[in-house]
Design a protein around this ligand. Structure first.
Ligand code: KG4
Ligand code: ZN
Length: 333
């Protein structure tokens, strides 16, 4: 039986941090045909954060295991998409080496994908994109406000001066010896706490800067944790989550004074935080701007978002030969 044109597919690989993931996306329909992710959270939990060398070794085991399930679609593949920037150098390389090998074996080009753009396109998995869009990207490595006009026209308009929003949850969880990742566990703990029992100063409250900062808040929380018993941890978690989120909302309001949003989105691993979602949703009512969110399963790192992003790169023919793919661990957008 002859293949339909609609059968053309892209295989995408994500290994920028501690998730090994591969997806297959149909080009004509944007349909997600296959998606699997093996997370390394348990292995890193005992260290309170991601250990890059361990992450690299785990990708070397997990990625080939997932890839072996993708063989039935190999003949339909038109390109290999791979996260090439930003991320941990030793883990990005695992995905990129696999993409190079597939490119040589199947004689198809590579689409290098920026992980941050991937998070933005997590909003549009199996959907048409809705642009222009103002995006708050909150993950373990990034806290950025981005104006997205098109795939090729994205501008970072505010960023963090030190730690990221998600990272600050990880650090607070580590102080309380609650393992890694800290986001879900601190959000859960905050449910049973009373934020009014602790008072933390909102970062950059008086500053005219439209920028983010979490290292000062982290130090305030450290002092509170060190001088408190573990019964008060829920109150500290609730106050921390409120202050960390108030900081984002305050800076967003300041930015919107001169740049009111048409539509707004929160993406990245920490966009799963329901308190953050509700606070931003409430704030947006004044602007009558819709809030776009990815389904919870696609907020954290995954190859489905890389595949969706790659559909744009494919249409623009941003193809690269296997000899020309380079990783760029510290790149932004
Ligand atoms: O996007 P992601 O999977 O990886 C990076 O690209 O960094 O984001 C992971 C980050 C971690 O810092 C994790 O603690 C945070 O997202 N996170 C959360 C929540 N779920 C995950 N932070 C706050 N609240 C959550 N519910
Ligand atoms: Zn990410």
């Amino acid at each position: 039986m002859g293949k339909r044109v609609g059968d053309a597919m892209i295989l995408s690989i994500e290994s920028s941090c501690d998730d090994s993931s591969i997806a297959i996306t149909e080009i004509a329909t944007k349909k997600l045909i296959y998606h699997k992710k093996i997370s390394q959270e348990l292995e890193h939990s005992q260290y309170g954060g991601v250990v890059p060398e361990l992450a690299s070794r785990l990708h070397a085991i997990a990625l080939p295991a997932i890839l072996s399930e993708c063989k039935p679609w190999f003949n339909e593949l038109k390109a290999i998409a791979v996260t090439s920037e930003p991320g941990l150098g030793v883990t990005l390389i695992e995905g990129v080496v696999m993409a190079k090998a597939l490119s040589i074996a199947l004689n198809i080009p590579i689409l290098p994908i920026n992980h941050l753009k991937g998070h933005i396109y997590s909003l549009f998995i199996e959907k048409e994109s809705q642009l222009p869009l103002t995006v708050l990207l909150v993950s373990g490595g990034h806290t950025q406000l981005i104006e997205v006009k098109s795939y090729s026209q994205m501008e970072t308009v505010a960023t963090t001066m030190d730690d990221s929003y998600g990272e600050s949850f990880d650090k607070v969880a580590k102080m309380m010896k609650l393992g890694y990742p800290g986001g879900p566990v601190i959000e859960q703990l905050a449910h049973s706490g009373d934020a009014s029992k602790q008072s933390f100063t909102v970062p950059l409250w008086q500053s005219p800067l439209i920028a983010f900062s979490y290292s000062g808040l982290k130090n305030q929380v450290r002092l509170a944790v060190e001088s408190a018993s573990s019964e008060t941890y829920p109150d500290i978690a609730a106050a921390f989550q409120k202050t960390a989120t108030d900081h984002l909302v305050q800076k967003l309001k300041k930015y919107f004074k001169t740049n009111p949003p048409i539509r707004f989105a929160i993406v990245g691993g920490a966009s799963a935080n329901l308190y953050l979602r509700s606070q931003v949703q409430q704030m947006l009512t004044a602007y009558k701007a819709p809030l776009l969110l990815a389904p919870l399963e696609y907020c954290s790192d995954n190859a489905a978002m890389i595949g969706r992003c790659a559909l744009e790169a494919y249409a623009l023919e941003f193809f690269v030969n296997h000899t020309d793919v380079a990783i760029n661990p510290r790149c932004k957008l």
